[in-house]
Design a protein around this ligand. Structure first.
Ligand code: HEM
Length: 78
Protein backbone atom coordinates (compact mmCIF):
# COMPACT_ATOMS: atom_id res chain seq x y z
CA UNK A 1 0.00 0.00 0.00
CA UNK A 2 1.32 3.44 -0.84
CA UNK A 3 2.05 5.86 2.00
CA UNK A 4 -0.50 8.54 2.84
CA UNK A 5 -0.02 11.98 4.33
CA UNK A 6 -2.37 11.30 7.24
CA UNK A 7 -1.01 7.91 8.23
CA UNK A 8 2.69 8.17 7.39
CA UNK A 9 3.95 11.67 6.59
CA UNK A 10 2.22 13.95 9.11
CA UNK A 11 3.24 11.82 12.12
CA UNK A 12 6.94 12.05 11.24
CA UNK A 13 6.90 15.82 10.58
CA UNK A 14 4.42 17.19 13.14
CA UNK A 15 6.91 17.14 16.05
CA UNK A 16 8.90 19.81 14.15
CA UNK A 17 6.12 22.00 12.87
CA UNK A 18 6.44 24.85 15.41
CA UNK A 19 10.03 25.53 14.34
CA UNK A 20 9.11 25.77 10.67
CA UNK A 21 5.87 27.79 10.82
CA UNK A 22 7.79 30.88 9.64
CA UNK A 23 8.09 29.10 6.24
CA UNK A 24 5.35 26.42 6.04
CA UNK A 25 3.19 24.19 8.22
CA UNK A 26 4.68 20.70 8.27
CA UNK A 27 1.35 19.44 9.62
CA UNK A 28 -0.67 20.75 6.67
CA UNK A 29 -1.18 18.51 3.65
CA UNK A 30 -1.28 21.26 1.03
CA UNK A 31 1.88 22.93 2.33
CA UNK A 32 3.91 19.73 2.50
CA UNK A 33 2.73 18.64 -0.95
CA UNK A 34 3.59 22.03 -2.47
CA UNK A 35 7.07 21.95 -0.90
CA UNK A 36 7.71 18.20 -1.11
CA UNK A 37 10.88 18.43 -3.19
CA UNK A 38 12.70 20.91 -0.94
CA UNK A 39 11.45 19.11 2.15
CA UNK A 40 12.88 15.86 0.80
CA UNK A 41 16.20 17.58 0.07
CA UNK A 42 16.22 18.96 3.61
CA UNK A 43 15.57 15.51 5.09
CA UNK A 44 18.46 14.02 3.11
CA UNK A 45 20.77 16.96 3.92
CA UNK A 46 21.12 17.92 0.25
CA UNK A 47 19.20 21.19 0.53
CA UNK A 48 20.84 24.62 0.71
CA UNK A 49 19.50 25.13 4.23
CA UNK A 50 21.51 22.11 5.42
CA UNK A 51 20.12 19.00 7.04
CA UNK A 52 16.66 19.21 8.64
CA UNK A 53 15.95 18.79 11.49
CA UNK A 54 19.15 20.81 12.09
CA UNK A 55 21.90 19.34 14.29
CA UNK A 56 22.17 18.59 17.15
CA UNK A 57 18.68 17.20 16.54
CA UNK A 58 18.96 13.73 15.00
CA UNK A 59 18.01 13.22 11.36
CA UNK A 60 14.86 11.27 10.61
CA UNK A 61 15.48 7.56 10.13
CA UNK A 62 16.42 6.14 6.75
CA UNK A 63 13.11 4.31 6.78
CA UNK A 64 11.16 7.55 7.32
CA UNK A 65 13.09 9.31 4.53
CA UNK A 66 12.42 6.36 2.20
CA UNK A 67 8.72 6.57 3.09
CA UNK A 68 8.70 10.27 2.22
CA UNK A 69 10.33 9.52 -1.15
CA UNK A 70 7.79 6.78 -1.86
CA UNK A 71 4.97 9.19 -0.94
CA UNK A 72 6.30 11.68 -3.51
CA UNK A 73 6.61 8.96 -6.16
CA UNK A 74 2.93 8.12 -5.58
CA UNK A 75 1.94 11.79 -6.24
CA UNK A 76 1.62 12.71 -2.57
CA UNK A 77 -1.69 11.04 -1.61
CA UNK A 78 -3.55 12.71 1.26
C1 HEM B 1 11.65 17.32 9.69
C2 HEM B 1 11.69 18.57 10.13
C3 HEM B 1 12.06 19.75 9.26
C4 HEM B 1 11.93 19.93 7.92
C5 HEM B 1 11.37 18.95 6.89
C6 HEM B 1 12.44 21.24 7.62
C7 HEM B 1 12.51 21.77 6.33
C8 HEM B 1 13.15 22.93 6.00
C9 HEM B 1 13.30 23.44 4.65
C10 HEM B 1 12.76 22.77 3.39
C11 HEM B 1 14.00 24.59 4.73
C12 HEM B 1 14.41 25.49 3.55
C13 HEM B 1 13.32 26.48 3.32
C14 HEM B 1 13.58 27.33 2.09
O1 HEM B 1 14.67 27.25 1.49
O2 HEM B 1 12.68 28.07 1.70
C15 HEM B 1 14.30 24.82 6.12
C16 HEM B 1 15.00 25.91 6.63
C17 HEM B 1 15.19 26.17 7.96
N1 HEM B 1 14.77 25.42 9.02
FE1 HEM B 1 13.78 23.65 8.89
N2 HEM B 1 12.86 21.84 8.77
C18 HEM B 1 12.65 20.98 9.80
C19 HEM B 1 12.92 21.20 11.13
C20 HEM B 1 13.48 22.34 11.65
C21 HEM B 1 13.72 22.58 13.07
C22 HEM B 1 13.39 21.58 14.17
C23 HEM B 1 14.28 23.82 13.16
C24 HEM B 1 14.75 24.59 14.38
C25 HEM B 1 15.02 24.04 15.55
C26 HEM B 1 14.39 24.36 11.82
C27 HEM B 1 14.92 25.58 11.49
C28 HEM B 1 15.15 26.03 10.20
C29 HEM B 1 15.86 27.26 9.86
C30 HEM B 1 16.46 28.24 10.87
C31 HEM B 1 15.90 27.33 8.46
C32 HEM B 1 16.57 28.42 7.60
C33 HEM B 1 17.99 27.99 7.36
C34 HEM B 1 18.66 28.71 6.25
O3 HEM B 1 18.00 29.20 5.34
O4 HEM B 1 19.91 28.73 6.26
N3 HEM B 1 13.88 23.42 10.94
N4 HEM B 1 13.77 23.81 6.86
Amino acid sequence: MSPSFAADIAPMLVPYRENMLWRFDLGEYAAVKANAQIIYEALTGEGSAGPMPPPPLPALSGADIATFKSWMEHQCPP
